[in-house]
Ligand binder design. Structure first.
Ligand code: DX5
Ligand code: ZN
Length: 217
């Protein structure tokens, strides 16, 4: 699968000016929306009412990353908002296959995320149920952390499994993605790249998106 997708994370945006912050990344492939519940991760961000408004004004599709417990209960509600993709954490889902099917039935792409220390192997047989596998490249919870190179072999194994089964599953990476680390992630087989601080921390987010795109390919 070819590399394509840069998804800036609004976690590093100015939350008081979300609409104009979304306009600054209009050249991206999607906007990554980090939902945190201060339980699955030690941080709290935003929930359904805000996501509904983001969906209404965003110039690009929504890629929602749920870092919440009780994913089975809440993920379908985020899909119903009209998000292009909804990603739940494997560690937070009771019935990941049922949940992935439910997300697809609502019209969203189904994504499943793995924390850095969660092995991919137990999930390889369910790849066909997913549109995207998110391999966290930092411990989830905060933006601005350093890329964990220890996750590279897992990205490689996941990409090999996807290729081996000839499945259209995107491999997303999230955390510490910069012009430098994106090269290693892409080489390992990642195809969708989330970038928070390296896009919103730049003077010109559109230029940062273009630079990441170039580096990934
Ligand atoms: C972290 C979030 C990420 C975060 C990435 O738990 O899931 O999406 O915004 O931020 P950077 O790119 O700054 O590591
Ligand atoms: Zn994220």
């Amino acid at each position: 699968m070819s590399t394509c997708c840069i998804h800036p994370s609004i976690l590093s945006a100015d939350f008081v000016n979300l609409q104009s912050e979304l306009e600054r990344i209009a050249t991206a492939d999607a906007v990554h929306v980090d939902v945190m519940d201060n339980s699955f991760v030690p941080n709290l961000t935003l929930g359904l009412p805000v996501v509904k408004r983001i969906q209404a004004v965003a110039p690009v599709p929504l890629d929602i990353h749920l870092m919440i417990n009780d994913a089975d209960r809440w993920a379908p509600e985020y899909a119903a908002v009209g998000a292009a993709s909804v990603t739940f954490h494997a560690e937070a889902a009771q019935a990941p296959i049922r949940l992935a099917r439910e997300l697809r039935s609502v019209g969203a792409r189904a994504g499943m995320a793995l924390r850095p220390a969660t092995a991919v192997e137990p999930y390889l047989d369910m790849l066909g149920e997913l549109d995207m596998l998110l391999i966290m490249t930092v411990e989830p919870g905060f933006g601005g952390q350093s890329f964990l190179d220890v996750t590279l072999p897992k990205i490689r194994r996941a990409a090999e499994a996807v290729r081996g089964a000839d499945l259209p599953v995107a491999i997303q990476v999230d955390g510490g993605i910069t012009e430098e680390t994106i090269v290693r992630a892409a080489e390992a087989g990642a195809t969708v790249f989330v970038a928070g601080s390296s896009v919103y921390g730049a003077d010109d987010p559109a230029a940062a998106i273009a630079a990441l795109r170039r580096a990934a390919s």
